[in-house]
Design a protein around this ligand. Structure first.
Ligand code: GUN
Ligand code: FE
Length: 445
């Protein structure tokens, strides 16, 4: 039995009452066994003295592409369709098993170091087995799947899939990895976006997601050019089309949702579809600004993600929280997205998106032990007196303030040092990978 006792911390619970108090957290195996003040624990393996530190639920990022982490800096200053066709697709097409593995570990190192404990990840067409291997080794909680793309113009040959093969490979990966390590890792069907998928594929994904009860993770209505292609191909608005195929339901996570009309907003709300808001990516790809204050007002399930490294260029939830709040203020007023709303999206909101709100997303007895310990004792985060702790976390803190990350009861990062990932090797292999990929890829300048 593994036990950890975190002593004398400021605990930002994000429980139903959103309580914040000082006390101890007793973790037994992978579960938060007890929370209280001066907990008496006779035989504990590990005691963390967290006096003066702040414990938060680990962040849940609902839209990530680990396979793109080694492309960081290779896709700057482009709009979505150019970014995909000129840079991202050629690079994804060049991936090999090793580059997928190290790209994932590079991203996972960054995510864990910045306090993210759960991700929803979209891989590329090939070698996804090696991303799952990295996910398994890193200790992170994840939903992931191979991307599906059986349609589209200017798609490099290695990414062109036959419908049946795409589905078969997805199901094979699902059967191997879904619920791996007692459910720490789950499969999610990942059709890239409507532009890349035939109707036949999307219909099959809908029925398989129902049959296996797994999530579907895709991009939708991110870019005006994208929704124009969908309208031309299907005669429908993007979200209307997804609903028409039966995909609009609580098993669906849609990244972006910037360009929605009233009917599409209603569909998302009424069908319980989850929106993953990615403000960093939306700004960098010049995609637009999602109407998140409306989504909050209408109780739409809303969470946050950094998207891929080449459109952000970090995987850091502190950046995304800050942007999610700030970008709305000039448009909808200073109170439209406050710190608490954004912190909710980053934690329990993400947990709801993946259907795990009873297991993760808050610090409560019986939940999985997924949390981050912050050290906010620094110039940029002071004063600590007479200030809302959530304001400090959202508006002042940075990734460098994360001291320890615990996932599923395992200390995966302590005092900035990763226990599950070898930093030196991963940095070296990230360089080797991108050098190799750029030699193979046809990059259009
Ligand atoms: N739409 C289709 N594919 C992608 C992708 O890889 N990243 C983003 N941001 N949008 C997409
Ligand atoms: Fe994306």
């Amino acid at each position: 039995m593994m036990e950890i006792l975190i002593k004398n911390a400021e605990i930002v619970t994000m429980n139903k009452k959103e309580e914040i108090f000082y006390g101890d957290i007793h973790i037994v195996d992978n579960i938060i066994y007890n929370i209280g003040t001066n907990l008496e624990v006779p035989t504990v393996g590990k005691v963390i003295n967290a006096k003066g530190k702040t414990v938060i639920p680990g962040f849940v990022q609902t839209h990530i592409h680990l396979c793109q982490t080694v492309f960081r800096g290779q896709g700057d200053d482009l709009e979505l369709m150019d970014w995909l066709k000129k840079r991202i697709w050629p690079l994804e097409a060049s991936h090999d098993e090793e580059s997928i593995y190290y790209s994932a570990l590079l991203g996972l190192g960054e995510l864990i170091q910045s306090g993210t404990t759960t991700i929803v990840d979209m891989e590329t067409v090939n070698h996804t087995e090696f991303a799952f291997k990295a996910l398994a080794e890193s200790g992170i909680r994840a939903l992931s799947g191979k991307v599906m793309m059986d349609k589209g113009d200017e798609v490099p040959i290695p990414l062109q899939e036959e419908t049946e093969k795409s589905i078969q490979q997805s199901v094979d990966l699902l059967e191997k990895w879904h619920n791996y390590d007692s459910g720490r890792i789950k499969y999610a069907f990942s059709p890239r976006f409507v532009v890349s998928c035939t109707e036949e594929l999307l219909r099959e994904v809908r029925s398989l997601s129902e049959y296996y009860n797994v999530m579907v993770h895709t991009h939708a209505s991110e870019n005006l050019g994208e929704i124009e292609i969908v309208q031309k191909d299907t005669g429908m608005r993007n979200i209307v089309y997804l609903d028409h195929l039966g995909l609009a339901n609580p098993r669906l996570i849609l990244a972006h949702c910037i360009w929605l009309d009233d009917e599409e907003k209603r569909i998302i709300r009424d069908r319980g579809v989850h929106v993953s808001h990615c403000p960093g990516s939306n700004l960098k790809l010049a995609s637009g600004i999602a109407e998140t204050p409306y989504m909050v007002q209408e109780n739409i399930s809303l969470s946050l993600g950094a998207d891929g490294a080449p459109c952000n260029n970090n995987l850091d939830m502190f950046n995304e929280m800050r942007l999610a709040a700030l970008i709305q203020k000039p448009i909808h007023g200073p109170t439209s997205m406050n710190a608490r709303t954004v912190f909710r999206m980053a934690t329990i909101g993400g947990a709801k998106a993946v259907g795990m709100e009873n297991e993760i997303g808050s610090i409560e007895i019986g939940k999985k032990a997924d949390l981050a310990i912050l050290n906010l004792n620094n110039f940029h985060t002071y004063p600590s007196s007479e200030v809302d702790p959530i304001s400090r976390i959202v508006y002042s803190a940075t990734r460098a303030d994360v001291e320890t990350t615990i996932i599923n009861g395992e200390i995966v990062m302590e005092k900035g040092i990763l226990h599950t990932i070898n930093k030196r090797i991963v940095l070296e292999e990230a360089n080797n990978s991108i050098k190799r990929l750029l030699k193979r890829a046809t990059i259009i300048k």
